[in-house]
Design a protein around this ligand. Structure first.
Ligand code: PGA
Length: 251
């Protein structure tokens, strides 16, 4: 059985003081929940102080991105090597990275490989645009994007994939649980065909896009949805904790 996983993506929000305060609040509100893996992804500058503040708790810390090279002339970047030992998870290929910063599938694939090599579990984001959804071809397009983003990946058993349709991110228009399940069932089947049933069974699949405490459970009840990647709602400790609670005891 896969453990439910709920990840908060704080994006470019909070200064260090606010971040440590929010992390502690989430930790306090969720300390009794041990059947859900709980992760927060704050901005880089807050990783170390949060890691210290959360020592001994079961709230994990992840990065929002990484650079695949260990070091070098890459002004402004943070390398996988620097994050090694500091984070257990890293979001890679978020649609904002792809669309605002021009990350290609090849770049995302190199990050997946680098993360795995440093024992960081990559959370690989994929999802279709409104036009792609309207074309009726969303499932094939997302599968293509996923396999291109996993090119060269060796360890398929520790993969986390987040399906985040672009039209649902930050819009208050979440996908219906049925649409999300249809996509994520297809993704799991495709992984089974490519890498075998063990990889398919181990694959953790998250839905992302306007997840809130009010709709979270309807996603978690779907057969192929193991958790959520939460943006806006993860900036409120109470709301995020409620989402984590909804992931408990789902049959
Ligand atoms: P949202 O963002 O929950 O604010 O829609 C999700 C994401 O970008 O990961």
């Amino acid at each position: 059985m896969r453990m439910p996983l709920v990840v908060g993506n704080w994006k470019m929000n909070t200064n260090v003081e606010q971040a440590v305060g929010l992390a502690k609040e989430v930790s306090d509100l969720t300390h009794a929940i041990d059947q859900v893996t709980k992760v927060i992804c704050p901005p880089y500058v807050s990783l170390e102080p949060i890691k210290k503040a959360l020592a001994g708790t079961k709230l994990h810390v992840g990065a929002q991105n990484l650079h695949p090279e260990p070091s070098g002339a890459f002004t402004g970047e943070v390398s996988v090597h620097m994050l090694s030992g500091l984070v257990e998870f890293a979001i890679v290929g978020h649609s904002e990275r792809r669309n605002i910063f021009g990350e290609s599938d090849d770049t995302v694939a190199s990050k997946v490989i680098a993360a795995a090599a440093h024992k960081i579990r990559p959370i690989v984001c994929v999802g279709e645009s409104t036009n792609q959804r309207d074309s009726g071809n969303a499932i094939d397009l997302v599968k293509q994007q996923l396999f291109a983003s996993l090119n060269g990946c060796q360890d398929w058993t520790r993969l986390i994939v987040a399906y985040e349709p672009l039209w649902a991110i930050g819009t208050d228009k979440a996908a219906s649980p049925e649409i999300a399940q249809e996509m994520m069932g297809s993704i799991r089947k495709a992984i089974v065909s490519k890498a075998g049933s063990r990889a398919g069974e181990a694959l953790t699949l998250l839905y992302g896009g306007s997840v809130k405490s009010g709709n979270a459970r309807s996603f978690f009840e779907q057969q192929d949805i193991d958790g959520a990647l939460v943006g806006g709602s993860s900036l409120s400790a109470v709301e995020f904790s409620e989402i984590i609670k909804r992931a408990e005891h789902v049959d």
